[in-house]
Design a protein around this ligand. Structure first.
Ligand code: SIN
Ligand code: FE2
Length: 213
């Protein structure tokens, strides 16, 4: 296979300067990514974290890699250890970093080396309200998001919370990369519609790879 030719065939939508939706980018690796999620969740199970305001999140989360993102009454932070198990977050499966590196390069970000991967699991009815990813020390690196399973409506907003977000469908195998001038763009996921995906059944997963430190 000629990787460059194949890359040109993929749908590539520039959402804003420095932000790209890469349709189907991770389709070939989807099975490996899902296997990786199984390994990660065996060590650090999915859990519904608490917001600083005391609400339980509808999205269930876990992490892998040296740094893991958590939210609790004490705020948002990256930790070395899973606060539920007391152990280090599980290692990042090779396929996660490898696909993320290629997606970042495709979007113009060379040499992306993620040290954190937040794994989100959505059941129908779950949502992620508009937010910025801004707990990372190193904001020169992009965010790479990989979607698996049920389709979802991605909300792509602006640099302030007030801008009305665009609505884009994210399907199994899609990647979104945002960095540079778009690094702090507000984004979220609308209430997940129920469905039955051929591979994940009633679930959607999302991997968000970051350079946190
Ligand atoms: C996130 O913003 O952390 C996740 C976005 C998504 O689930 O696609
Ligand atoms: Fe996010």
């Amino acid at each position: 296979m000629q990787p460059d030719l194949f890359a040109e065939d993929r749908s590539r939508l520039e959402l804003d300067p420095g932000a790209f939706l890469l349709g189907g980018f991770a389709l070939e690796e989807a099975a490996a990514l899902l296997e990786g999620i199984e390994v990660v969740q065996a060590a650090s199970p999915f859990r519904q974290m608490e917001t600083p305001g005391g609400r339980s999140m509808s999205v269930a989360m876990t992490n892998c890699g040296p740094a893991g993102w958590t939210t609790s009454r004490r705020g948002y932070r990256y930790t070395d250890r899973d606060p539920e198990t007391g152990a280090l977050w599980p290692a990042m499966p090779k396929a996660f970093a490898e696909v993320a590196r290629r997606a970042a390069a495709e979007a113009g970000y060379a040499a992306f080396e993620p040290d954190a991967c937040l794994v989100n699991r959505y059941e129908p009815g779950a949502r992620l309200s508009l937010h910025q990813d801004r707990d990372e020390v190193d904001k020169s690196a992009p965010i790479v998001s990989l979607s698996l399973g049920l389709p979802a409506v991605f909300l792509w907003g602006g640099q302030t919370r007030r801008e009305r977000p665009r609505r884009l469908m994210l399907h199994h195998g899609d990647a979104v990369v945002w960095g540079g001038p778009s690094r702090l763009t507000f984004h979220g996921i609308d209430i997940l519609a129920s469905g039955d995906h051929a591979v994940t059944g009633p679930l959607r997963y999302n991997l968000t790879l970051r350079k946190a430190r």
